[in-house]
Design a protein. Structure first.
Length: 106
């Protein structure tokens, strides 16, 4: 069985994204549906961890995939994936990634 590991930092990312979408759309239902889409895609990638786009500029095992305007970063982990960061695609990804993990994740 594949699994998705969600560290506290990623759970916080998702909480903030959900709150932002709910506030902007004035719809908690819309925000929850979007978070469900992220969860569904994470489960898919957990069954095929190498399916994501490699991001060797961020770390040797780092991969990513988009969900609408957001990008989910992860690394293969045991029988699934370990989420690293979920961020809006318009952000300066290397800077946000560097703030969380330092220069480069190995």
């Amino acid at each position: 069985m594949s699994r998705v590991v969600r560290p506290a930092s990623v759970r916080e990312d998702l909480k903030k994204i959900g709150e932002y979408i709910a506030r902007q759309s004035q719809s908690l239902d819309l925000a929850l549906r979007f978070l469900d889409r992220i969860d569904e895609k994470c489960n898919l990638y957990a069954t095929h961890p190498e399916m994501g786009t490699p991001r060797s500029d961020l770390g040797t095992k780092v991969h990513c995939f988009p969900v609408s305007d957001y990008v989910v970063f992860y690394e293969p982990h045991l029988r699934g994936i370990r989420l690293l960061l979920v961020v809006h695609g318009s952000r300066d990804i290397p800077s946000v990634f560097g703030d969380r993990f330092g220069e480069h994740r190995d």
